[in-house]
Design a binder for this molecule. Structure first.
Ligand SMILES: [Zn+2]
Length: 341
């Protein structure tokens, strides 16, 4: 029985609530729950759902979503805003990406399983609340703490969804992502694992417009990246007819075109040492240039192999300590420019 949707559908006026969705319990008896905040507007309208994290060490999105919820006045809202700050409370408490009790990647686990491992149960509990309630869902992420990145988006195209790519591009435009990466679900992707188990993909399957917003680095408070998200949530809510832009809170115009990336991949280290980057996250590095050098402990310096084609640095390693095979940069290799409808 969905808890949040039932509360939103009560026609008892503008209000705000918060609570915990029950999932299970620990050996000690401590409850395993999913916290939520819901804001019900004075008039009916659409429902914007902000999911703060699926990975437990990714913090900027939680902060942005919670601050946006605090900024809302239910009396001037049309429709509803729901924030689920974490989908992975045990990973959050442990300051790590994956749930320590089953080591699953939660964002490869949706729509979950009510009788499965704890990550699958957490996924199921969340999907049961979202389905039939959310109109637009933002799946908030960051890169891991070893990397810098400028805010960007990742999205999928679901062949059977009523949500089109144009719908998703329009929902991403308020965030001015420096790249909008279209992720291939079926083929050999840039990451191992079950990409179809991502929350945003399962939302598309359920007819909900959804994408991933990537907000910089994990395990940190990054004020600029949080501000991009908060401003974007406001602009998106105005775009969805849920809020009015006011002189005190104008809407930043959404992007009118996006750099759509269709192929990306990792550059990994050939040899260990200290990686000294020669560029910054977000830069376009031309064919033939190197992204930096490896300084070895015998004081020798080796350039990282030059790029065989132009690349845009989506994420760049900021922790210099690298071993052979470790990731140095996440790079966009093919892109075009699409106008946003
Ligand atoms: Zn993540």
């Amino acid at each position: 029985m969905p808890i949040i949707g039932d509360w939103l559908r009560q026609q008892s006026g503008p209000a705000r609530t918060s609570g915990q969705l029950p999932v299970g319990s620990m050996a000690s008896g401590m409850s395993v729950t999913l916290p939520y905040v819901a804001v019900r507007g004075a008039q009916p309208g659409r429902t914007l759902w902000l999911h703060g994290q699926v990975h437990g060490d990714e913090i900027n999105g939680m902060v942005a979503a919670l601050r946006f919820a605090r900024s809302l006045d239910p009396a001037t809202l049309r429709g509803n805003v729901v924030v689920t700050p974490t989908g992975n409370p045990q990973a959050l408490d442990a300051r790590r990406k994956r749930n320590p009790y089953d080591e699953l990647d939660l964002d490869q686990t949706y729509p979950g399983n009510a009788g499965g491992l704890v990550s699958e149960r957490l996924a199921h509990a969340l999907m049961a609340e979202i389905r039939g309630v959310a109109d637009v869902l933002i799946n908030l992420h960051t890169m891991n703490p070893l990397f810098d990145a400028r805010p960007y988006t990742v999205y999928k195209v679901h062949p059977d969804s009523r949500v089109t790519e144009a719908d998703v591009l329009a929902a991403m435009a308020p965030f001015h992502p420096h790249v909008a990466c279209q992720q291939d679900v079926g083929g050999k992707g840039e990451l191992p694992g079950n990409i179809a188990g991502a929350l945003d993909y399962q939302c598309l399957a359920a007819g909900i417009c959804a994408f991933m917003l990537e907000l910089g680095s994990g395990s940190r408070f990054e004020a600029d990246n949080i501000d991009v998200a908060e401003t974007g949530f406001h602009t998106l809510a105005v775009q969805m007819g849920m809020l009015d832009a006011t002189p005190a809170r104008p809407a930043r115009p959404a992007a009118t075109s996006l750099r759509r990336v269709r192929r990306r991949g990792w550059i990994t280290a050939d040899e260990g040492g200290l990686f000294l980057p020669a560029a910054r996250a977000g830069d376009l590095v031309p064919e033939g240039a190197s992204i930096g050098d490896t300084l070895k402990l015998d004081a020798s310096l080796t350039p990282v192999k030059p790029l065989s084609r132009d690349g845009v640095l989506i994420g760049l390693r900021s922790d210099p300590v690298v071993h052979t095979g470790e990731r140095l940069a996440f790079v966009a290799w093919e892109w075009d420019t699409v106008s946003v409808p």
